[in-house]
Design a protein around this ligand. Structure first.
Ligand code: INI
Length: 186
């Protein structure tokens, strides 16, 4: 049994320890920056390939749905069509350089055939889109499906595996909100 004074001392010591621990935690907690899905400001551009348009049209519909559901007005979205996924990067870069888009969402479907064409188109689109984003500092989102079969593409364009166009638009919204939060140089 503890006396009343001894108990009070133990409580006071525990309180001090816990206050010190929470001060320490506060000191060591990193500052976390994370983009939200709140309605983002600014304009969005979709760059969509016409090749495999049966699939790509579903990606476009998914991306437009995601933008609308997250508070982006229809008149804040422009859609640019290009012949195939290989033409996406140059147009995405041109649009980014205009400085009038908060983010650009690239949509296409590259489906493996009997030749090596697939590999060139898929790699060209992926590398070109990444280069355009790095060169301009504008979020340029890779919403290009690269699939072995048409069935895989269908599944990723609104069937079994969701809609990658919708996902690409979510990534764009998150990136726009994240970039606004990042600390600027003094
Ligand atoms: N373009 C695609 O978007 N998807 C494909 O699957 C594809 N394949 O397989 O050929 C494709 N080719 C066209 C390419 O993107 C260019 O438009 C064409 O090579 C002209 O530069």
């Amino acid at each position: 049994m503890f006396s009343r004074d001894a108990r009070a001392e133990r409580v006071a010591a525990a309180t001090t320890r816990s206050a010190r621990a929470s001060r320490l935690n506060q000191n060591t907690m990193p500052t976390i920056f994370e983009g939200s899905f709140a309605p983002p400001p600014g304009r969005f551009a979709l760059v969509a390939a016409r090749f495999n348009n049966i699939i790509v049209d579903q990606l476009v519909a998914g991306a437009l749905d995601a933008l609308k559901r997250h508070g982006v007005a229809d008149d804040a979205v422009d859609l640019v069509r290009v012949p195939g996924s290989l033409e996406i990067p140059v147009v995405a870069k041109c649009l980014a350089e205009l400085g009038s888009y908060a983010a650009i969402i690239c949509l296409g479907a590259v489906i493996r055939g009997d030749t090596g064409h697939y590999d060139h188109v898929a790699a060209g689109a992926a590398n070109g889109i990444a280069q355009a984003a790095l060169a301009t500092g504008v979020p340029i989102i890779f919403g290009v499906l690269t699939c072995d079969t048409l069935e895989q593409a269908v599944n990723r364009a609104g069937a079994k595996s969701g809609n990658k166009g919708f996902d690409a638009a979510l990534a764009a919204i998150e990136m726009v909100n994240l970039l606004r939060q990042l600390p600027r140089g003094s």
